[in-house]
Design a protein around this ligand. Structure first.
Ligand SMILES: C[S@@+](CC[C@H](N)C(=O)[O-])C[C@H]1O[C@@H](n2cnc3c(N)ncnc32)[C@H](O)[C@@H]1O
Length: 291
Protein backbone atom coordinates (compact mmCIF):
# COMPACT_ATOMS: atom_id res chain seq x y z
CA UNK A 1 0.00 0.00 0.00
CA UNK A 2 1.44 3.39 -1.00
CA UNK A 3 2.30 6.01 1.58
CA UNK A 4 2.76 9.52 0.14
CA UNK A 5 5.35 11.80 1.70
CA UNK A 6 2.55 14.15 2.82
CA UNK A 7 0.74 11.32 4.65
CA UNK A 8 4.05 10.07 6.06
CA UNK A 9 4.63 13.51 7.59
CA UNK A 10 1.16 13.59 9.16
CA UNK A 11 1.49 10.08 10.60
CA UNK A 12 5.05 10.66 11.80
CA UNK A 13 4.04 13.92 13.56
CA UNK A 14 1.08 12.16 15.17
CA UNK A 15 3.27 9.33 16.52
CA UNK A 16 5.84 11.83 17.76
CA UNK A 17 3.14 13.86 19.54
CA UNK A 18 1.41 10.95 21.27
CA UNK A 19 4.40 8.75 22.16
CA UNK A 20 7.65 10.70 21.70
CA UNK A 21 8.84 8.07 19.23
CA UNK A 22 10.51 9.68 16.24
CA UNK A 23 11.06 8.38 12.74
CA UNK A 24 13.34 9.80 10.09
CA UNK A 25 12.20 9.87 6.46
CA UNK A 26 14.27 6.73 5.77
CA UNK A 27 11.92 4.83 8.06
CA UNK A 28 8.97 5.24 5.71
CA UNK A 29 8.98 1.49 5.04
CA UNK A 30 8.74 0.77 8.77
CA UNK A 31 5.64 2.91 9.20
CA UNK A 32 4.20 1.39 6.05
CA UNK A 33 4.86 -2.14 7.26
CA UNK A 34 3.69 -1.68 10.82
CA UNK A 35 0.62 0.46 10.19
CA UNK A 36 -0.73 -1.26 7.08
CA UNK A 37 -2.83 -3.77 9.09
CA UNK A 38 -4.27 -0.85 11.04
CA UNK A 39 -5.55 0.93 7.91
CA UNK A 40 -8.38 -1.53 7.34
CA UNK A 41 -8.80 -2.29 11.06
CA UNK A 42 -9.54 1.42 11.55
CA UNK A 43 -12.09 1.29 8.72
CA UNK A 44 -9.92 3.21 6.24
CA UNK A 45 -9.25 2.49 2.57
CA UNK A 46 -5.68 3.77 2.46
CA UNK A 47 -2.99 5.71 4.34
CA UNK A 48 -4.49 8.97 3.17
CA UNK A 49 -7.76 8.22 4.91
CA UNK A 50 -5.91 7.00 8.01
CA UNK A 51 -3.87 10.21 8.21
CA UNK A 52 -7.07 12.30 7.91
CA UNK A 53 -8.60 10.19 10.67
CA UNK A 54 -5.59 10.77 12.91
CA UNK A 55 -5.97 14.52 12.48
CA UNK A 56 -9.72 14.60 13.14
CA UNK A 57 -10.36 11.65 15.47
CA UNK A 58 -7.92 11.62 18.35
CA UNK A 59 -9.75 8.80 20.16
CA UNK A 60 -8.01 6.81 22.88
CA UNK A 61 -8.74 3.58 21.02
CA UNK A 62 -7.09 4.77 17.79
CA UNK A 63 -4.17 6.20 19.74
CA UNK A 64 -3.64 2.86 21.55
CA UNK A 65 -3.84 0.95 18.28
CA UNK A 66 -1.26 3.16 16.60
CA UNK A 67 1.05 2.95 19.61
CA UNK A 68 0.73 -0.81 19.76
CA UNK A 69 1.53 -1.14 16.04
CA UNK A 70 4.53 1.13 16.21
CA UNK A 71 6.23 0.24 19.50
CA UNK A 72 8.90 -2.38 19.86
CA UNK A 73 8.17 -4.54 22.89
CA UNK A 74 11.28 -6.68 22.71
CA UNK A 75 12.37 -7.70 26.21
CA UNK A 76 13.62 -10.65 28.25
CA UNK A 77 14.21 -11.74 31.83
CA UNK A 78 17.44 -10.33 33.34
CA UNK A 79 18.17 -8.60 30.02
CA UNK A 80 21.90 -7.85 29.62
CA UNK A 81 22.63 -9.60 32.96
CA UNK A 82 25.07 -6.97 34.36
CA UNK A 83 22.54 -4.31 35.43
CA UNK A 84 20.69 -6.95 37.43
CA UNK A 85 23.96 -8.13 38.98
CA UNK A 86 24.68 -4.55 40.09
CA UNK A 87 21.16 -4.29 41.47
CA UNK A 88 21.56 -7.60 43.34
CA UNK A 89 25.04 -7.13 44.75
CA UNK A 90 25.27 -3.40 45.42
CA UNK A 91 21.91 -1.69 45.30
CA UNK A 92 19.75 -4.17 47.22
CA UNK A 93 22.03 -4.13 50.31
CA UNK A 94 21.98 -0.29 50.16
CA UNK A 95 18.20 -0.32 49.92
CA UNK A 96 17.98 -2.64 52.93
CA UNK A 97 20.04 -0.14 54.98
CA UNK A 98 17.84 2.68 53.77
CA UNK A 99 14.68 0.77 54.74
CA UNK A 100 16.10 0.14 58.23
CA UNK A 101 16.90 3.86 58.64
CA UNK A 102 13.43 4.81 57.41
CA UNK A 103 11.77 2.35 59.77
CA UNK A 104 13.67 3.90 62.65
CA UNK A 105 12.59 7.37 61.56
CA UNK A 106 8.96 6.40 60.85
CA UNK A 107 7.96 3.79 63.45
CA UNK A 108 4.39 3.92 62.10
CA UNK A 109 5.64 2.14 58.94
CA UNK A 110 3.81 2.47 55.62
CA UNK A 111 4.92 4.11 52.38
CA UNK A 112 7.66 6.40 53.80
CA UNK A 113 9.61 3.39 55.05
CA UNK A 114 9.52 1.42 51.78
CA UNK A 115 12.05 1.27 48.96
CA UNK A 116 10.32 2.45 45.79
CA UNK A 117 11.39 0.94 42.48
CA UNK A 118 10.01 2.02 39.10
CA UNK A 119 10.29 0.04 35.88
CA UNK A 120 9.13 2.33 33.09
CA UNK A 121 8.61 1.01 29.57
CA UNK A 122 8.20 -2.35 31.29
CA UNK A 123 6.72 -4.08 28.23
CA UNK A 124 5.43 -7.59 28.93
CA UNK A 125 6.79 -7.66 32.47
CA UNK A 126 10.09 -9.55 32.28
CA UNK A 127 12.03 -6.54 33.64
CA UNK A 128 9.90 -5.81 36.76
CA UNK A 129 9.49 -9.53 37.46
CA UNK A 130 13.29 -9.99 37.30
CA UNK A 131 13.51 -7.20 39.90
CA UNK A 132 10.82 -8.89 42.02
CA UNK A 133 12.66 -12.23 41.86
CA UNK A 134 15.88 -10.56 43.03
CA UNK A 135 14.07 -8.80 45.87
CA UNK A 136 12.48 -12.09 46.89
CA UNK A 137 15.82 -13.94 46.84
CA UNK A 138 17.55 -11.13 48.72
CA UNK A 139 14.96 -10.93 51.50
CA UNK A 140 14.87 -14.75 51.82
CA UNK A 141 18.64 -14.64 52.44
CA UNK A 142 18.24 -12.04 55.20
CA UNK A 143 16.88 -14.36 57.86
CA UNK A 144 16.86 -12.73 61.24
CA UNK A 145 16.63 -9.26 59.69
CA UNK A 146 13.26 -7.59 59.53
CA UNK A 147 13.44 -6.82 55.77
CA UNK A 148 10.66 -8.49 53.77
CA UNK A 149 9.36 -8.26 50.18
CA UNK A 150 6.58 -6.00 51.53
CA UNK A 151 9.24 -3.37 52.26
CA UNK A 152 9.67 -2.95 48.49
CA UNK A 153 7.17 -1.18 46.30
CA UNK A 154 7.73 -2.16 42.65
CA UNK A 155 5.74 -0.14 40.12
CA UNK A 156 5.80 -1.05 36.42
CA UNK A 157 4.46 1.21 33.69
CA UNK A 158 4.10 1.16 29.93
CA UNK A 159 2.28 3.23 27.35
CA UNK A 160 0.73 0.15 25.75
CA UNK A 161 -2.35 -1.36 27.35
CA UNK A 162 -1.92 -4.62 25.43
CA UNK A 163 1.57 -5.38 26.77
CA UNK A 164 0.47 -4.47 30.30
CA UNK A 165 -2.38 -6.96 30.07
CA UNK A 166 0.07 -9.72 29.18
CA UNK A 167 2.46 -8.56 31.91
CA UNK A 168 -0.21 -8.62 34.59
CA UNK A 169 -1.19 -12.17 33.68
CA UNK A 170 2.38 -13.32 34.43
CA UNK A 171 2.13 -16.08 31.84
CA UNK A 172 4.89 -16.79 29.36
CA UNK A 173 5.75 -19.21 26.57
CA UNK A 174 8.61 -21.68 26.79
CA UNK A 175 10.81 -19.54 24.56
CA UNK A 176 10.15 -16.49 26.76
CA UNK A 177 11.14 -18.30 29.97
CA UNK A 178 14.13 -19.81 28.18
CA UNK A 179 15.47 -16.30 27.53
CA UNK A 180 17.41 -15.07 30.56
CA UNK A 181 16.13 -17.40 33.29
CA UNK A 182 18.36 -20.08 34.75
CA UNK A 183 16.82 -23.53 35.05
CA UNK A 184 16.92 -23.13 38.81
CA UNK A 185 14.92 -19.89 38.74
CA UNK A 186 12.51 -21.26 36.16
CA UNK A 187 11.77 -24.23 38.41
CA UNK A 188 11.59 -22.12 41.56
CA UNK A 189 9.34 -19.36 40.27
CA UNK A 190 7.22 -20.79 37.44
CA UNK A 191 4.77 -23.63 37.07
CA UNK A 192 4.32 -25.25 33.69
CA UNK A 193 0.80 -25.82 32.50
CA UNK A 194 0.45 -26.98 28.91
CA UNK A 195 2.24 -24.44 26.74
CA UNK A 196 2.22 -21.80 29.43
CA UNK A 197 4.67 -21.01 32.18
CA UNK A 198 2.96 -19.22 35.01
CA UNK A 199 4.82 -17.00 37.46
CA UNK A 200 4.24 -17.73 41.15
CA UNK A 201 1.46 -15.57 42.58
CA UNK A 202 3.55 -14.14 45.42
CA UNK A 203 6.11 -12.80 42.90
CA UNK A 204 3.40 -11.56 40.53
CA UNK A 205 1.71 -9.72 43.40
CA UNK A 206 4.92 -7.87 44.25
CA UNK A 207 4.49 -5.68 41.14
CA UNK A 208 1.84 -2.98 40.65
CA UNK A 209 0.96 -1.83 37.14
CA UNK A 210 0.02 1.49 35.59
CA UNK A 211 -0.57 2.49 31.99
CA UNK A 212 1.51 5.60 31.57
CA UNK A 213 2.98 7.68 28.79
CA UNK A 214 6.37 8.85 30.07
CA UNK A 215 6.23 12.04 28.01
CA UNK A 216 2.96 13.23 29.48
CA UNK A 217 2.93 15.38 32.62
CA UNK A 218 3.81 13.07 35.38
CA UNK A 219 1.85 12.63 38.58
CA UNK A 220 1.78 8.92 39.29
CA UNK A 221 2.60 9.04 42.94
CA UNK A 222 3.62 11.52 45.55
CA UNK A 223 6.71 9.65 46.66
CA UNK A 224 10.10 9.54 44.99
CA UNK A 225 11.82 6.47 43.59
CA UNK A 226 14.98 4.92 45.00
CA UNK A 227 15.67 3.07 41.76
CA UNK A 228 14.38 3.67 38.23
CA UNK A 229 14.79 1.23 35.37
CA UNK A 230 14.19 3.13 32.12
CA UNK A 231 15.74 0.78 29.62
CA UNK A 232 15.54 0.40 25.87
CA UNK A 233 12.69 2.87 25.49
CA UNK A 234 14.40 6.21 24.96
CA UNK A 235 16.41 4.94 21.98
CA UNK A 236 13.26 5.48 19.93
CA UNK A 237 12.83 9.12 21.05
CA UNK A 238 14.28 12.25 19.47
CA UNK A 239 16.73 14.33 21.51
CA UNK A 240 14.19 16.94 22.64
CA UNK A 241 11.93 14.18 23.99
CA UNK A 242 14.88 12.43 25.67
CA UNK A 243 15.72 15.71 27.44
CA UNK A 244 12.16 16.03 28.71
CA UNK A 245 12.18 12.44 29.92
CA UNK A 246 15.50 12.93 31.74
CA UNK A 247 13.99 15.99 33.49
CA UNK A 248 11.03 13.86 34.57
CA UNK A 249 13.28 11.04 35.78
CA UNK A 250 15.43 13.49 37.71
CA UNK A 251 12.35 14.86 39.46
CA UNK A 252 11.19 11.33 40.27
CA UNK A 253 14.47 10.01 41.66
CA UNK A 254 15.58 10.53 45.26
CA UNK A 255 18.90 12.38 45.69
CA UNK A 256 20.65 9.11 46.58
CA UNK A 257 18.70 7.05 43.98
CA UNK A 258 19.97 5.06 40.99
CA UNK A 259 18.87 5.13 37.36
CA UNK A 260 19.44 2.23 34.94
CA UNK A 261 19.43 2.91 31.21
CA UNK A 262 19.64 0.41 28.35
CA UNK A 263 22.99 -0.72 26.95
CA UNK A 264 22.62 1.59 23.93
CA UNK A 265 21.43 4.59 25.95
CA UNK A 266 23.30 7.33 27.81
CA UNK A 267 22.98 10.94 28.95
CA UNK A 268 25.79 12.33 26.76
CA UNK A 269 24.91 15.78 25.33
CA UNK A 270 21.37 15.38 26.61
CA UNK A 271 21.36 16.31 30.27
CA UNK A 272 23.71 17.36 33.04
CA UNK A 273 21.29 16.24 35.74
CA UNK A 274 22.93 12.80 36.03
CA UNK A 275 26.42 11.41 36.36
CA UNK A 276 27.45 7.83 35.68
CA UNK A 277 29.10 5.51 38.18
CA UNK A 278 30.60 2.15 37.32
CA UNK A 279 29.06 -0.73 39.25
CA UNK A 280 30.68 -4.04 38.31
CA UNK A 281 30.31 -4.41 34.56
CA UNK A 282 27.63 -1.79 34.10
CA UNK A 283 27.11 1.95 34.28
CA UNK A 284 24.49 3.27 36.66
CA UNK A 285 23.37 6.90 36.85
CA UNK A 286 23.00 9.07 39.93
CA UNK A 287 21.72 12.59 40.29
CA UNK A 288 24.56 15.11 39.95
CA UNK A 289 24.96 17.09 43.15
CA UNK A 290 24.49 20.80 42.61
CA UNK A 291 26.14 23.63 44.58
C1 LIG B 1 11.87 -2.34 23.81
S1 LIG B 1 10.74 -2.35 25.16
C2 LIG B 1 11.85 -2.39 26.54
C3 LIG B 1 11.34 -3.25 27.67
C4 LIG B 1 12.27 -3.34 28.89
N1 LIG B 1 12.45 -2.04 29.51
C5 LIG B 1 13.61 -3.92 28.51
O1 LIG B 1 14.62 -3.20 28.50
O2 LIG B 1 13.68 -5.11 28.22
C6 LIG B 1 10.20 -0.62 25.14
C7 LIG B 1 8.85 -0.41 25.82
O3 LIG B 1 8.65 1.01 25.95
C8 LIG B 1 7.27 1.28 25.76
N2 LIG B 1 7.11 2.70 25.39
C9 LIG B 1 7.38 3.29 24.20
N3 LIG B 1 7.08 4.60 24.26
C10 LIG B 1 6.64 4.85 25.53
C11 LIG B 1 6.19 6.02 26.22
N4 LIG B 1 6.12 7.20 25.60
N5 LIG B 1 5.83 5.90 27.52
C12 LIG B 1 5.89 4.69 28.15
N6 LIG B 1 6.27 3.55 27.54
C13 LIG B 1 6.66 3.63 26.25
C14 LIG B 1 6.86 0.31 24.66
O4 LIG B 1 5.45 0.07 24.67
C15 LIG B 1 7.68 -0.93 24.99
O5 LIG B 1 6.94 -1.87 25.74
Amino acid sequence: MDLSSQDFDIIRDYIQRVSGISFSREKVYLIQQRLEPLVSAAGCRDFSELSRKLVHDDSVQLRNDVILSITTNETSFFRDVHPFEAFRTTILPELADRIRRRKAAFPGGGSPTKAHILSTGASTGQEPYSIAILVHEFTAGQSGSNITPQDFNILATDISKKVLQKAMAGEYTKSEVDRGLSEKRRAAFFTESGKTWRLRDDIRNMVRWHQLNIIEPYAIFGIKCDVIFCRNMMIYFDDATKRRVFDTLSRLLTDEGHLFLGAMENTYMLTDKFESVRMGDTLVYRKRKTG
